[in-house]
Structures are given as C-alpha cells and as structure tokens.
Design a protein. Structure first.
Length: 98
C-alpha cells in the first residue's frame, strides 16, 4: 500500500493539531487571566476526559498525567481532522453532481 499525498497531509494535520493542543495545554497557564478565559475552550477535550475520569472513578489525575493529555489531544485531533475532511468530501460530491 502506498501513501498518497492526501494521506500524508491528513497525518501531518493530525500531528500538528495534536502538537499545538498539547503545547497550548502547558502554555495556557502562563497567559494573563483575561486571555486564559478567552482561550479556555481550546482545552475542552482534556477537561471532558478529566470529568469522565472523575465521574467514573478511574483514579487518573488527567491534568498531571502527560500521556493522558497527549492521548486525549491525539484522539480529538483524529476525530476533528477526519470529520472536517468528510464534510469537505460531501460538499465536493454535491457540487460535482449538480
């Protein structure tokens, strides 16, 4: 199986988004309070996983476990990139049908 240019772009987008989200998680605390409040939604995936961990009594302190943060951001990136890609595919198909 060969890797096409499209697959390489998708893989790169997932890696870049995961890297950005992970970096931003750690850089977020150093921002001034008004900016932190305005950008807090960017870290929603980690907050959701932390809430699930607490609710399900998993005993994982998400905010202090780097591999969980990276894994959460990776899974979110995969879902986000493939979801957006699927939306664009459907739009292209609809425009070529007409």
């Amino acid at each position: 199986m060969t890797i096409t240019g499209r697959r390489i772009k998708i893989i790169l987008l997932v890696v870049l988004l995961t890297t950005f989200l992970t970096w931003f998680f750690y850089a977020h605390e150093t921002l001034p309070k008004p900016l932190r409040a305005a950008t807090a939604l960017i870290e929603t995936p980690v907050a959701i996983v932390s809430g699930l961990s607490h609710y399900l009594n998993l005993g994982v302190d998400v905010y202090y476990t780097p591999w969980v943060i990276i894994l959460t951001n990776f899974l979110f990136s995969v879902v986000m990139i493939f979801g957006v890609d699927e939306i664009f595919k459907r739009r292209r198909q609809k425009s070529t049908i007409k």
